[in-house]
Design a binder for this molecule. Structure first.
Ligand code: FSX
Ligand code: SF4
Length: 316
């Protein structure tokens, strides 16, 4: 698909706003992309291990930019398990050709079963054995979603498949490549597209804190929450039906221990965000998600604890 210069600049403005929170950097982003001809646009390979596909579904509901526009006009998405028309041998051949022609960026979804390799088979071999071949050739690796970043749901409880994060996998298999983690169960599309666009346009890795882009996970949700005043005044929700503005702390909200820009970035075309929909934050971007304790902690379990003891408990 060809797009006009005006449409192209419009795309860059959206990306600028996604990455930097304003359109100030449109020209820099545009300049970065202008340097690349259509055939030089960065190639992306998406690969999925143990996940629910929720991240890919979520990726298609962008706030600032449309995912289909992103993958057709900004990057060259070569293969995607859910979006590619090709299947079987043609699909695998496209991966091989992309790896051979390089450079490419690898977006990984899901965690890798290290204890039960047969739990995830790709190209007739365990993903555990296949994945590092791709990783070794990739320019950089993006872990998309909490499962890829930290193990997530497949690694929870008894973890019968021995699921591990991409970082743990890379250490085990000796892959030394830049890794950018974009946690979220599921991922927020802005964070994925914005991070990939930033790397591609500037040739640099965004500023990271503990492996995640600072831009998207800058502060505790609690500190940015629209219900912070209710928290300060001790107005807690007792009845979900009647109370729509009170603090959800006593309903198990994990906003006080979760770093994310959810309150300002919002979801699904900026329609809403968990707390605004009267649902406690479940900490889906937190490294410990889905936690060993109950997802929604009950007031009973922390009623005698101090604030710092309570926060410690939330992170377990
Ligand atoms: Fe995990 Fe994502 Fe949660 Fe699902 O790719 S982060 S279970 S929404 O799909 O991996
Ligand atoms: Fe903090 Fe959650 Fe209450 Fe918001 S709803 S003020 S994030 S505890």
């Amino acid at each position: 698909m060809n797009i006009s210069r005006r449409q192209f600049l419009d795309n860059c403005a959206k990306i600028s706003s996604m990455v930097f929170g304003s359109c100030l950097f449109t020209n820099e982003i545009a300049e970065g992309f202008m340097k690349l001809s259509a055939t030089e646009r960065p190639q992306i390979i998406f690969i999925q291990s143990q996940c629910c596909t929720g991240c890919s579904i979520s990726a298609t509901y962008g706030n600032e930019d449309d995912f289909i526009n992103f993958i057709t006009n900004i990057v060259r998405l070569q293969v995607h398990p859910n979006l590619s028309f090709s299947q079987g041998h043609t699909y695998l051949k496209t991966i091989e050709e992309t790896v051979a022609s390089g450079p490419f960026y690898l977006v990984c979804e899901g965690s890798v079963p290290a204890g039960m390799k047969e739990a995830c088979i790709f190209n007739d071999e365990p993903m555990y054995d296949y994945l590092h071949k791709l990783m070794k050739k990739a320019a950089a690796i993006v872990a998309s979603g909490t499962c890829a970043c930290y193990g997530g749901i497949p690694a929870s409880n008894q973890n019968v498949t021995g699921a591990i994060s991409m970082e743990a996998y890379m250490k085990r298999t000796g892959v030394n490549k830049p890794l950018i983690k974009i946690p979220g169960c599921p991922i927020n599309p802005d964070r994925l597209m914005g991070t990939v666009a930033y790397i591609v346009a500037t040739g640099k890795i965004p500023e990271l804190v503990k492996g995640v882009p600072k831009k998207y996970y800058p502060d505790l949700i609690h500190n940015q929450c629209g219900r912070y005043q209710a928290f300060n005044q001790g107005h807690y929700t007792k009845n979900f039906e009647r109370e729509k503005l009170n603090c959800l702390l006593k309903n198990g909200c994990r906003g006080p221990v979760t770093y994310s820009d959810c309150p300002t970035r919002r979801w699904n075309g900026k329609v809403s965000v968990c707390i605004e929909s009267n649902a406690p934050c479940i900490g889906c971007v937190h490294p410990e998600f889905p936690f060993k304790t109950a997802l929604y902690l009950e007031e009973e379990s922390f009623k005698d604890l101090t604030w710092s003891e309570m926060k410690k408990m939330m992170e377990k």
